[in-house]
Design a protein around this ligand. Sequence first.
Ligand SMILES: [Zn+2]
Length: 139
Amino acid sequence: MTVTEAKVWTPADAVPEKRNVWTAMKRGLRGRCPNCGEGKLFRAFLKVDDHCSKCGQDFTHHRADDLPAYLVIVIVGHILVPIILWIETDYAPAVWLQLSIYLPFTLIASLLLLQPVKGAVVGLQWAFRMHGFGEGNTD
Ligand SMILES: [Zn+2]
């Protein structure tokens, strides 16, 4: 007969280990796994991979949905609108000139920000154990 050591439950067992929100968001911002910071988070431009290639963290729980797009609109809008108002009130250049600068800037800035912002949102969800990120996975 073998004797196995019985596991004694303690209150600390019931509380999951706290995850650092800022570290997870920074890792997601760089397109890295919020858990280990090494594996890639995305398998395509905005397609989150199913799991981390380094630590095996399951990413299927993320529910970023439209939040990254809304945040990008807010960020780009807060950069561009004051500039547009300042240039219009002080210099009033031709409309065609303004549109030929603002529209490409808006498009390029939005495309550049979408993936990092989505990564940060996934990192935030992972850190707060949202949508199943806290169930049955190991840190
Ligand atoms: Zn990982």
